[in-house]
Write a new protein. Structure first.
Length: 504
């Protein structure tokens, strides 16, 4: 058995609401992707500590008409990943549409188109269970009060084993309004163990809540409950909502998220065992999360993490990038060299990046980093612009813009959460070669400092900007190119050598 240790978080960025399974010697993880496309990220690991991004299960959000424009906090909420009948399955709730599922013979696909299993408002956090011994299948889900008017309860259904239909109208199987002190019960994960039906579900809210466990001899209850993981005296706030998984040697582990402001929801790995006396799960160090622990009893693996850097070979962007809405043909063009070539898409919303569907984004690491990219503007259109942004309820960006006199200028803009239009955040200057090297240093607390180099060496720009999350989504890095509304092709911008490196 290895005696090496790992340090939490094991995924140090916004992989929200993680669910994990093991198939053979491989572990797979998916997470919420909300309104970004492609959705349902798929991560792979052999040791539960080192993870790589291998693809996405959802290429477009449906119904497509609803996601032509950004809906940052909507779309894919809290998915459940399962393996059954030699297929991978993912169930998720869209709070405005209902419960969907997709499935595939291999983790890399091909994945089916989304199937709407249960239509309705406020249906979230679904999780299936196949009871093969009794040829039964079940589904449990939670409720979003913002859409349904109710929350803090879990509803159970019998489900057809092919997961195409539900076989009843559903029954409330856990009503946490009847449990003293419990609120915002959600995110259920359904299991069978030791003759019990188990529901592992968080409560208490994302920043300060706890992980609960419920058990019953029958799926429809009655259930008894216990808090099995909470912050205690540690620095790990709100440790909850995640996945129980076992290793081939029989060890049990639990992965959960921690809400960290602008960084979003980071993923932690906790040891887990089943108490010999009462049969309840014990997570972490006697119910408190650990920061450092012995690695799982699994073959040692080389260090790995989801990719961030990109040279955009042939104009293609890596798996780490997502659009802020369903993409349209022509936003990014392929070519024979390296570098990302983005079309300056015409829009009436050039004054507010939060409204644009054609932003290419990726997660911000939750450690101090420097983000760099080189930009060239290939557009003669007055008002055309392109840049690198830090995006959230508030945003700030640096880049190039062709001014009213036809010259290309370096510009720095920002918008507050309540602002309807952006405004200058720093001094503009001429970009004589219509190119610039952009740099954002993201320090502690997601505080951002901006730099640019138009040929005379790096210079700082503007004031420190504190990144902010969207409501449920961590702040994002974004690349974009746009032009004012009008007719005809407006040119393009190219981005080369995108790098994220530790900030010394």
């Amino acid at each position: 058995m290895t005696h090496e240790t790992y340090t939490n978080p094991v995924l140090n960025a916004d992989w929200s609401d993680p669910d994990v399974i093991r198939v053979g010697d491989d572990f797979y993880l998916t997470a919420s992707s909300f309104g970004r496309v492609p959705g349902l990220p798929l991560l792979h690991s052999r040791d539960l500590v080192n993870w790589t991004l291998v693809g996405h299960a959802l290429q477009r959000l449906e119904p497509a008409r609803e996601f032509r424009t950004p809906r940052h906090d909507c779309g894919v909420w809290a998915p459940a990943l399962r393996y059954h009948d030699e297929r991978f399955w993912i169930f998720w709730g869209d709070p405005d549409q209902g419960i969907f599922q997709v499935n595939a013979p291999e983790i890399r696909g091909p994945w089916t188109r989304p199937h709407l299993l249960k239509e309705g408002k406020g249906l979230i956090d679904p999780c299936p269970l196949w009871d093969d011994d009794n040829d039964e299948a079940y589904l449990v889900h939670a409720w979003a009060k913002s859409r349904a008017g109710i929350k803090n309860r879990l509803t159970g259904h019998r489900m057809h084993p092919d997961a195409t239909t539900l076989l009843d109208d559903g029954k409330v199987i856990v009503d946490a309004d009847r449990i003293p002190g419990w609120f915002t019960l959600e995110g259920p994960k359904l299991h069978q163990h030791d003759g019990w039906f188990w529901i592992l579900a968080p409560a208490g809210g994302v920043e300060t809540g706890w992980q609960g466990a419920f058990r019953s001899r029958g799926f429809f209850g009655p259930y008894e409950e216990k808090v099995v993981l909470e912050q205690g005296d540690t620095d790990i706030n709100g440790p909850h909502q995640g996945a129980w998984v076992s290793t081939p040697s029989g060890e049990d582990w639990f992965l959960h998220f921690q809400q960290r402001g602008a960084y979003g929801r980071l993923v932690h790995l906790q040891p887990m065992r089943w108490d010999d006396d009462d049969g309840w799960p014990v997570i972490g160090d006697a119910g408190a999360p650990v920061a450092v622990h012995r690695k799982p009893d699994l073959p040692s693996q080389p260090p790995a993490a989801p990719a961030t850097d990109d040279d955009f070979p042939g104009g293609r962007y890596g798996r780490q990038w997502q659009w802020t809405a369903n993409p349209q043909d022509g936003w990014a063009t392929h070519h024979s060299g390296d570098g990302l070539r983005l079309t300056c898409a015409r829009t009436a919303d050039a004054h507010d990046l939060r409204r644009l569907p054609n932003l290419l984004t990726q997660r911000i690491p939750a450690t101090p980093v420097a983000v760099e990219v080189e930009l060239r503007l290939h557009s003669e259109e007055l008002g055309a612009r392109a840049g690198l942004a830090v995006l959230g309820d508030a945003y700030s960006w640096i880049g190039l813009q062709r001014g009213a006199d036809g010259t290309v200028m370096f510009v720095h803009r920002f918008a507050e959460p309540v602002a309807e239009r952006e405004r200058d955040a720093g001094e503009s200057c001429l970009a004589p070669e219509e190119r610039v090297r952009l740099r954002i240093e993201i320090g502690a607390g997601a505080r951002c400092r901006f730099f640019y180099d138009v040929g005379g060496g790096p210079r700082s720009s503007g004031q420190v900007f504190a990144a902010t999350p969207w409501r449920w989504v961590g702040a994002l890095l974004g690349l974009f190119a746009l032009a004012p509304a009008g007719a005809g092709h407006a040119g393009a911008a190219s981005f080369t050598r995108f790098r994220i490196s530790p900030l010394q």
